[in-house]
Write a protein that binds this ligand. Structure first.
Ligand SMILES: [Zn+2]
Length: 77
């Protein structure tokens, strides 16, 4: 324990627009934050996001897709 690296240590791809996302090389680059009542992992201090759900393991979203979704789904439960 303690030497594990995030799944994103080789970088990731936005599942919405396909843009490349920088690696998160250690867990210090990953935070959990709550947005609109939903828990997200936040990478590299807000460069990209992922829902804290098992089905969302590979659903990384770049900041611009994340912010777009926030406007569109702001009232969704
Ligand atoms: Zn995107």
């Amino acid at each position: 324990m303690g030497n594990e690296v995030p799944r994103e240590h080789n970088g990731a791809t936005c599942w919405k627009c396909g843009c490349g996302l920088s690696p998160a090389s250690s867990f210090e680059d990953v935070e959990k934050r709550t947005y609109r009542g939903v828990r997200y992992f936040v990478f590299n201090d807000g460069e990209y996001y992922r829902l804290d759900k098992p089905y969302a393991m590979n659903r990384h979203e770049c900041r611009s897709c994340f912010e777009k979704a926030g406007r569109k789904h702001g009232t969704q439960k």
